[in-house]
Design a protein around this ligand. Structure first.
Ligand SMILES: [Ca+2]
Length: 222
């Protein structure tokens, strides 16, 4: 199942079996910006060759998006976060695949960053009560400037190269409602007796740093 979200939709996401989610992986995929887009031929293979030539000529602009999970205890106190600068919080129970600072030259269908969330152990070994999945544009290009931006949540733990079935798919590409934004609160995870309740949020914001997004989460979601 791939659920498509609109801005500010709130949807509780379940596994196909109807159960809550235990272990999961979040992924983000995006591309470099071609500022000379008017040169496109409109012919698939010719554009790919052109893109390759532009890439080797350094004509494509790097885009540094960052996928992050921030966590809070039951009283709303901030706990550890998983980000490119903190890849293995809680002794690696949440794990970041590493910082991608460029994006794809051409869409390869794979994620550029992923975070694995060992929900079963996090529920029993940490004080995490809620976790928020966020994406922001470190290099401050807006989402509508980037040729494609896709987010996915997968049932289970997967590395960058692993193919997996998505519980949730969120495609920002060509979505007018995200124009001008450079940060997104994708979803929240709340610990329940049955596992993690996954609620898609899809909130675009004008925040320009993780710190600002965290303040917004505390103000608006906790
Ligand atoms: Ca990055």
């Amino acid at each position: 199942m791939a659920l498509n979200l609109s801005k500010n939709d709130k949807v509780v996401v379940k596994k196909e079996s109807g159960q809550s989610v235990l272990n999961l992986t979040v992924g983000a995929a995006w591309g470099k910006i071609d500022r000379s887009a008017k040169l496109k031929t409109g012919i698939g293979f010719a554009d790919r060759l052109l893109n390759r030539a532009k890439s080797s000529a350094g004509m494509l602009e790097a885009v540094d998006l960052d996928l992050t999970i921030v966590t809070f205890d039951a009283a709303g106190n901030e706990l550890e976060e998983c980000a490119f600068y903190s890849k293995t919080p809680f002794n690696g129970l949440i794990k970041h695949s590493g910082d991608d600072r460029g994006g794809d030259d051409e869409d390869d269908g794979l994620d550029n960053e992923r975070i694995q969330f060992q929900g079963l152990k996090i529920a029993t070994q940490t004080k995490v009560q809620s976790a928020f999945i966020i994406l922001n544009s470190y290099s401050h290009q807006k989402f509508d400037e980037i040729p494609f931006v896709r987010l996915g949540i997968y049932d289970g733990l997967y590395g960058l190269a692993d193919k997996a079935a998505r519980l949730l798919e969120f495609d920002l590409t060509h979505e007018k409602q995200f124009d001008g934004s450079e940060a997104l609160i994708l979803a929240r995870l709340d610990k329940s007796s049955a596992g993690w309740e996954l609620t898609a949020i899809g909130q675009a914001t004008a925040d320009t740093s993780i710190r600002e997004i965290k303040s917004r989460i505390k103000r608006e979601h906790l």
